[in-house]
Design a protein around this ligand. Structure first.
Ligand code: ADP
Length: 566
């Protein structure tokens, strides 16, 4: 038997439902017009009382029970439906033609079953023989005006047309006749070595054909998704694997790893949630397509699933610990910092030069420690999604301008020029602003935006020994972009992809001698992501770096509207 998709079997069933309704209808019409329940009294009627009862059973089965039975076995579920249909049909035909022809007892469902399960050649042969015999019956012995016979003949004809149509139009789509799918079957599913290998792997391994139908799943996969093999194999993977976003929100179909991997033709790796019967679990999914290396012909896909709920719980506990610890430690550090500041202040302290230099060192280190605790606190919040933002309408030039003012003294100390390039919209005739003095409105948390700007400007000054640091804002109708450009040490190309990772610091002499936590850019990225923006860097070693931040722009009208609302 070929491997069937339910899509292929379903149209047959819709036809059967119509047939059952027809049979019941004809019988009801008979009872109404003849005023009798006994079909045998009227020669010309086809549908009998047992036929109508069976039809009702068939109808109820299709509507209420089929969906439950198919969870256990698709083939059995539809065979039962076809079976009831066949018997009903035959009782109707037998009564209609008043015949003892046993052939009709089998022809109806034999054709359907063979069409659906065994393929076109067997079905067409049975159809042909049935057609000839039915023709002979009509032309020969029987009165052709019999209502029942007309109904049954019509039903038979409709089915013949439908079967032929389905066979030629859709079969290849829904039945694994193609060599690609048999390739998966032949080389992966029915392969002992592959089975031995996948069965011994502790990650879930699921093989899909190119129509996303599950063809094989290893025991670990069944355990992870919490289902039995018969609930998964031959089922559409999208119905079996219900992915959600990590925060529990609905996952857009375009973001679904199986769709993405098929669409882009490459491996997709994601951390998601998987909805199970009792609870959702965190899951690490890798979807890789299986294709012919030379011809790129697509065969199917392998999905690797790993249950990372335990890891996520541990991460949450760790980050909770870091967050509590850094929160608690900030208080005494702030007290030390305050007291050192008092000691250094000539109005409140009285230190000799040597002691002052010691205290200054201690003060610098305490400030660094306070920053480290602050960064740790923010990054641990960002890690487990607790980074809260209170968005409001914000005019970016103002926030960035304030930060530039704040850092001007720090830059001066290093003899660096710090300049602020006022914004000019990139787009001509921008309707969002008055061109001479464009307003760059964004909807974001001002304190978070301040944090990003201050981190970037602070870094630019820290990692620049001479030259200047320029901060600018531009925009178009959709985006506001601010950048921080320096003429500093630059960043080697190989470090750029890792720069926004936690604790990543470029290994250079200036980094070694400059205090830092390696958390600043990580936090910037988390905040910009939270605002649905983008942050990236362009840099040349020994020439300098430019950090860009894009944020979605609010036009002036919308900004006013939101401001009024607030
Ligand atoms: P920190 O500055 O505290 O070390 P960040 O996350 O802010 O941490 O930066 C990570 C690393 O990126 C820094 O250690 C530094 O090596 C590099 N970096 C950041 N900004 C610049 C810059 N403007 N010029 C050169 N290197 C930079």
């Amino acid at each position: 038997m070929q491997h069937l998709s339910e899509k292929w079997l379903r149209p047959f069933n819709y036809y059967y439902i119509l047939y059952f309704l027809g049979t019941i209808g004809v019988y009801a019409y008979f009872v109404y017009t003849q005023n009798s329940l006994d079909i045998q009294n009227a020669e010309n009627w086809g549908s009998s009382f047992p036929g109508a009862i069976l039809a009702l059973i068939g109808l109820l089965y299709n509507i209420f029970f089929l969906r439950h039975v198919k969870k256990y076995n698709l083939g059995v579920a539809y065979l039962v439906s076809f079976g009831i249909f066949g018997v009903t049909n035959n009782i109707a035909v037998e009564v209609a033609i008043n015949s003892k022809e046993l052939f009709f007892l089998f022809n109806s469902y034999l054709t359907s079953i063979s069409a659906a399960f065994f393929g076109p050649i067997v079905a067409i042969t049975i159809l042909g023989i049935s057609g000839v015999i039915l023709g002979m019956e009509i032309a020969g012995n029987i009165g052709t005006t019999a209502h029942g016979l007309i109904f049954d003949t019509l039903a038979f004809l409709i089915r013949s047309v439908m079967v032929a149509f389905l066979l030629y139009s859709f079969r290849n789509k829904y039945v694994s006749l193609e060599k690609n799918q048999s390739y998966i079957e032949r080389y992966f599913v029915n392969n002992e070595v592959v089975s031995l290998l996948t069965n011994s792997i502790s990650d879930g391994v699921i093989l899909l054909d190119k129509n996303s139908i599950i063809r094989s799943i290893n025991p670990a996969g069944l355990e992870i998704i919490g289902k039995e093999a018969q609930e998964t194999i031959t089922f559409d993977s999208k119905k079996v694997l219900k992915f959600k976003q990590v925060n529990g929100d609905v996952l857009d179909t375009t973001e679904e790893p199986i769709n993405l991997a098929f669409k882009h033709g490459k491996a997709i790796h994601k951390e998601l949630k998987l909805a199970k019967k009792d609870k959702d679990i965190f899951i690490d999914v890798t979807a890789s397509i299986i294709a012919n290396e030379q011809t790129q012909e697509l065969y199917g896909m392998v999905l690797i699933l790993r249950d990372i709920s335990k890891k996520k719980r541990e991460e949450a506990a760790k980050s909770e610990f870091i967050s509590t610890a850094s929160h608690e430690m900030r208080t005494p550090v702030a007290a030390i910092e305050g007291n050192l500041a008092l000691a250094l202040n000539p109005k409140t302290g009285n230190l000799d030069l040597k002691t002052k230099s010691f205290i200054e060192n201690a003060y610098g280190s305490t400030q660094h420690l306070a920053q480290l605790f602050q960064d740790l606190l923010v990054s641990s919040k960002a890690d487990d999604g607790r980074l809260i933002s209170h968005p409001e309408v914000v005019e970016l030039s103002k926030i960035i301008g304030d930060q530039v003012d704040y850092f001007s003294k720090v830059a001066q100390k290093k003899n660096l020029k710090l300049e602020f390039i006022a914004g000019v919209d990139k787009q001509e005739n921008s309707s969002t602003n008055n061109e001479n003095n464009p307003k760059y409105y964004v909807y974001a948390d001002p304190s978070r935006i301040k944090e990003v700007a201050s981190n970037l400007i602070d870094n630019a000054i820290k990692y620049t020994d001479e030259g200047k640091v320029s901060i600018g804002i531009t925009g178009n109708s959709d985006l506001v972009q601010f950048f921080v450009r320096d003429t500093g040490v630059g960043i080697p190309q190989e470090d750029i992809p890792h720069l926004f990772q936690k604790f990543y610091r470029v290994d250079s002499s200036i980094t070694r001698t400059t205090g830092g936590t390696g958390l600043g850019l990580y936090i910037c990225k988390k905040i910009v992501d939270l605002c649905q923006g983008r942050i990236w860097v362009e840099s040349d070693k020994e020439v300098g770096s430019i950090f860009y931040v894009d944020l979605p722009r609010l036009d002036s009208e919308k900004a006013k509207e939101l401001k009024n609302k607030n």
